[in-house]
Each structure stands twice: as structure tokens, then as C-alpha cells.
Design a protein around this ligand. Structure first.
Ligand code: MLT
Length: 411
């Protein structure tokens, strides 16, 4: 009989957002009249920018004619998109990459999850706690961790606590780690790492021959000038960091799917024979073997954000969600709750009242005010006593949600 990958047996029942969806569906079935406002999963609600729509319509028309029809494209992405990304997001900051150091994909969740395949299973990983669950779960699946322990942590993983007490800044690990996942602006806490903090991490990685997997999916939400928009703004980062970026939150592509990963040729790991090997050809091998490219139509839509009009429309979209973030943050402060994030990120991370356990607060919000959020503990043990709200709702629902909380919740 075929055997299973036993590493999957180490994972808790279901993926965090699947569990939330299950609980909300059960509540809705019991209370069909409930007017539920969803501020849980970070899914966008506003339509795609008009420039993207027009570019995609045009691309659809091209597909209708033999002369302009496209079949398989380059797995790494069409040059019109990779060149636009490199020019607008990197060269504009004095950072240069070759076009074969960028890989377009169907989104950064896939890339963040798949990247671990090109690393040995004997690497020790470090993750912040709380953390976007994809980083940890995919390493559990690959067998890079031990069992889940009573304290909610997996054996063999270095957890870097991020709480209000340390201002959500992870400390450098005491032991040597090989792979470090950093997310900035952070999902779930909505906080950021300064240039100085990020420099510490790059220096650590250089000294310890580690690789930083830098998730910058929310880079478009940075408003403060001293926060690096890409890790490659930090000297030496191109030797130690792989960066993930996404059109999902930047331009409303959560359903449309497009992201990209920068794998500089200078980021290297050690082979079994002790030689140094660049990760870039390994990722290229993986990408071309397992992925057949993001749809032409979608890539045309993504490239449209780099036109002057596209840049304007994307800024408007980001501002819309950031205004929601302000409304939520200030509303929470008015009812006496401590709220973090929401300044350089679309997430607001709040301290639950009287240290209420995160899932209890989830139930309280769902049952008393029909609002769905995300329990902090779902992102890791240090998220216990915290709760995440997203600013990706529409304006009216965001205002209604804050009003409901103000008018109903008593602690
Ligand atoms: C989240 O809510 O954390 C995000 O939507 C997850 C994701 O982008 O995959």
C-alpha cells in the first residue's frame, strides 16, 4: 500500500483561514439573518485598477487572433513584465538585477511556500512568532521540523518572539540558524523593521552563512520614509536574501494571481561536497519543472500598473485601504484597546481586552457584533492575547464595523 508523507500528521487540523471560514459558516448556518462583516482574511474588496482591466481586455482580444495568440509563455515571466518590475521597483532605487534573477509566478503565497524545496531538509529555520503560517507549515510538510509540542511550538524550529514588550522587533537568534523568514511590513502585526534593524539581520546572515527569505508582499503600504521598501536597500543583502513581492495587495490581484520572486545569483548555499552553489539555477530548475508560467492576460494586467496612470490608480487603491486602517486604529483606541500597525501596513494588531484568549475574542466579536477577525494565536503562541483586523474591507463596512464595536462592546 502507498504510504503517506507522515510530516503532514504533525500539522494541526486545518490551515488557519480554512478554520476561520469553517467557524463562520457554522455560525451563519445557525444565524442566517446575521449581517456578518468580514475583516478576517486579508482579501481585497475593491475592483482592479482600470488600467489593469483595459490591458487584460486587450490581451483577451489578442488571444482571439492567430497572429497574436499566445500559448505557453516563458515560465519566468514575459520580458515586458520583468523589465517593468526591475525598472520601477529596483532600478529606480539604484538596485540592479539581471532579468534572469526575477521569476514571475501566480503569487507570493506559492513562492513563499515552495522556496524551501531548494534548501536541504537539515537546515534550521527561524521564524518570527507570530508569523504568516505558510512559512512554518510548508517546512513542517517538508520534514524540516520535529513534532508539535505542548507549548504550541514545533521542535527543531527557532521562534523569534514579537510582542508589544519588544516593540515587535525580533531579536537575533541565540543559536545559529540557516534560513530566516522575515516579513516586512509584517503580516500579521502590521509593524515594520527599520533600516537599522534590517541591517542587523543582513549582517547576521552574512556572518552565519544564512539566507533571509524576505516577504515584502505589503511593500506598497509603506508610508514612512525610513522603512526600506526592499531588503536590497540594505548593503550586502543581495548576497544573502531572496525577496518575494506580490500584485495581490498592491493592485487587487488576490483573485487574479500574480507575484514574483527575486533570487539573486549571488545568494549561495553549500552542497554536500562542500562547494558553494547559487540558489538561482536551482529555483529556475524548480520553476521550469513545476510551473508553466502566469497567464499572458494576467501578466499584461500586472504590467499596466507601471504606466503613469497605473501608478496613480494603485496609489489611490492603497490610500483607500490605508484610510480604512486609520478608521479602525483610531476607533479601537477610542474604545480603550491598544492597537498596533495600520501605519505602514493594511493590518491592525490589537491587544485583546483583559488578556482574553484570542479565540474567545474571535467568538465574542462574531457572536456579539457579527464581525470576523483573525485570532492572534492562529499565527503562533506569541499571538495569544492578540487579534488581527484587516483594512481590506470596503469603506462602508469598515465604518459600520467600528461603530458596532464602539456601541456594543463593553469590557
Ligand atoms: C492573510 O490574511 O494573512 C493573507 O490574506 C494571506 C495571504 O495573502 O495568503
Amino acid at each position: 500500500m502507498a504510504t503517506i508523507n507522515n510530516n503532514y500528521m504533525k500539522l494541526p487540523g486545518s490551515y488557519l483561514f480554512a478554520e476561520i471560514a469553517r467557524r463562520v459558516a457554522a455560525y451563519k448556518e445557525a444565524h442566517p439573518e446575521a449581517d456578518i462583516i468580514r475583516l478576517g482574511i486579508g482579501d481585497v474588496t475593491q475592483p482592479l485598477p482600470q488600467v489593469c482591466i483595459e490591458a487584460m481586455h486587450k490581451a483577451v482580444d489578442e488571444m482571439a487572433h492567430k497572429e497574436t495568440f499566445r500559448g505557453y509563455g516563458p515560465e519566468q515571466g514575459y520580458a515586458f513584465l520583468t523589465e517593468a518590475i526591475l525598472k520601477n521597483n529596483y532600478e529606480s532605487r539604484g538596485i540592479h538585477f539581471d532579468t534572469d534573477e526575477i521569476f514571475v509566478s501566480d503569487g507570493s503565497k506559492s513562492d513563499c511556500g515552495n522556496i524551501q524545496e531548494i534548501f536541504g531538509t537539515d537546515n534550521r529555520i527561524a521564524i518570527t512568532d507570530p508569523v504568516y503560517p505558510v512559512y512554518l507549515d510548508t517546512n513542517v510538510m517538508a520534514g524540516r521540523t520535529g513534532e508539535l509540542q505542548d507549548d504550541g511550538r514545533f521542535a527543531g524550529v527557532t521562534y523569534l518572539p514579537c510582542t508589544a514588550e519588544n516593540n515587535f522587533q525580533p531579536e537575533l537568534p541565540k543559536e545559529k540558524v540557516d534560513i530566516i523568514y522575515l516579513c516586512c511590513p509584517n503580516n500579521p502585526t502590521g509593524t515594520t523593521l527599520t533600516r537599522e534593524e534590517l541591517t542587523k539581520w543582513v549582517n547576521y546572515a552574512k556572518e552565519n552563512e544564512s539566507v533571509i527569505l524576505f516577504d515584502a508582499a505589503y511593500a506598497a503600504y509603506i508610508t514612512e520614509p525610513d522603512i526600506p521598501v526592499t531588503i536590497y536597500e540594505i548593503e550586502g543583502a543581495r548576497d544573502v536574501a531572496i525577496e518575494f513581492r506580490s500584485f495581490s495587495k498592491t493592485a487587487g490581484f488576490t483573485g487574479t494571481r500574480c507575484g514574483y520572486t527575486i533570487v539573486p545569483k549571488t545568494v549561495k548555499g553549500r552542497a554536500a561536497d562542500g562547494s558553494l552553489v547559487s540558489f538561482n539555477p536551482l529555483w529556475n530548475r524548480r520553476h521550469t519543472t513545476k510551473f508553466n508560467g502566469t497567464a499572458y492576460i494576467i501578466q499584461r494586467g500586472a504590467a499596466a500598473i507601471y504606466t503613469p496612470e497605473g501608478q496613480k490608480q494603485v496609489k489611490e487603491l492603497v490610500s483607500y485601504y490605508m484610510e480604512n486602517a486609520r478608521i479602525i486604529r483610531e476607533g479601537l483606541n477610542e474604545i480603550g484597546l491598544s492597537a498596533y500597525g495600520g501605519v505602514n501596513a493594511p493590518y491592525i494588531w490589537l491587544k485583546t481586552p483583559n488578556n482574553m484568549p484570542s479565540w474567545d475574542f474571535f467568538d465574542k466579536l462574531l457572536h456579539e457584533v457579527n464581525i470576523v477577525g483573525t485570532p492572534g494565536v492562529g499565527f503562533g503562541p506569541c499571538g495569544e492575547g492578540y487579534f488581527r483586523l484587516t483594512s481590506f474591507g470596503d469603506r462602508q463596512n469598515t465604518i459600520r464595523a467600528v461603530d458596532r464595536m464602539k456601541n456594543t462592546l463593553r469590557f
